[in-house]
Design a protein around this ligand. Structure first.
Ligand SMILES: [Fe+2]
Length: 291
């Protein structure tokens, strides 16, 4: 029996920004991501590439700064249809569509959109991300060659932890990997494939995307990015540290979107099924101290 209801992968994140130049500097000068400028429906956009996918983050010029949506890849059209049927059966509002102002390189661009209980717009599609056959320009930073790419997870601040966990497990077929902490500050970590977690939730009164995780395989790449980030004022938000649950070594840095951080990580574990849900008292074995 399949472990997961759907073969989901975190594909990319779309962000609207008033500070495209700041995103370009962060991507190129600190993170060592390849950038590609494109026109997206008359607006300037920047595709940020870390691995074989043409983009993992899309940043588009706008009047506001916000996360537009989190995009998941499903296996194929049949699976997209099956997911859509589940939304129908459970009377969950959703919208089907096709065609979007981003390069996909595929003839079919069908997707289904749904809003999660915390208000995050999610899109499911099998058409993206297009794999790029052009070699990555050498930035000195090599991102993870994990099967699922170098964008590891998103962490969401949600008003009701149980409601979000229930939606992601019972509707989208995620499974709980573990919890950190107890009481109001508790975090829940969920997986939808072999990666330890693709989404995590922390309860908080103002819902938002707390961070995106980008992954490298070599700790020296993490160290180099840490040094570059430290050379800039107010960019590094935490010292390096190792997490208790996925065992990733990481640090956190600021992005041009207020409230959104990037966790820059290496060494996060994959899960071997069957997996039993764990509970950790704290989030870090060492480090991650915030000034
Ligand atoms: Fe994280």
């Amino acid at each position: 029996m399949a472990v997961f209801d759907f073969a989901l992968e975190l594909a990319f994140v779309e962000i609207d920004t008033t500070r495209l130049g700041a995103w370009k500097s962060l991507a190129e000068e600190v993170l060592g991501l390849a950038t590609e400028s494109v026109d997206a429906d008359g607006r300037a956009a920047l595709l940020l590439r870390a691995d074989r996918a043409r983009y993992r983050v899309v940043v588009r010029e706008a009047d506001v700064d916000r996360i537009v949506r989190i995009v998941y890849r499903v296996g194929d059209q049949a699976e997209l249809d099956r997911l859509t049927r589940r939304f129908e059966e459970l009377s969950i509002p959703h919208g089907r569509g096709s065609g979007w102002p981003l390069p996909t390189g595929r003839p079919s661009e069908a997707y289904v959109d749904v809003t999660d209980p915390a208000g995050n717009d999610l899109r499911f599609t099998w058409a993206v991300p297009e794999e790029s056959d052009s070699a990555l320009p050498s930035s000195g930073i090599t991102y993870s060659d994990h099967r699922l790419g170098a964008l590891g997870h998103v962490v969401l601040i949600v008003p009701d932890l149980v409601e979000s966990v229930t939606f992601y497990t019972e509707v989208l077929g995620f499974r709980i990997s573990d919890y950190i902490g107890d009481g109001p500050g508790r975090l829940a970590f969920l997986r939808c494939n072999e990666r330890h977690h693709t989404v995590a939730f922390q309860a908080g009164s103002t819902p938002r995307v707390d961070h995106l995780m980008l992954e490298v395989d070599d700790i020296d790449d993490l160290g180099c990015v840490y040094d570059k980030a430290r050379a800039l004022p107010a960019t590094v938000l935490s010292e390096p540290g190792r997490h208790t649950n996925d065992l990733a070594i990481s640090f956190y840095l600021k992005t041009p979107l207020e409230g959104l951080e990037i966790e820059f990580a290496t060494g996060g574990i994959d899960v071997t099924e069957p997996w039993s849900v764990n509970w950790h008292e704290g989030g870090s074995i060492w480090g991650h101290k915030r000034p």
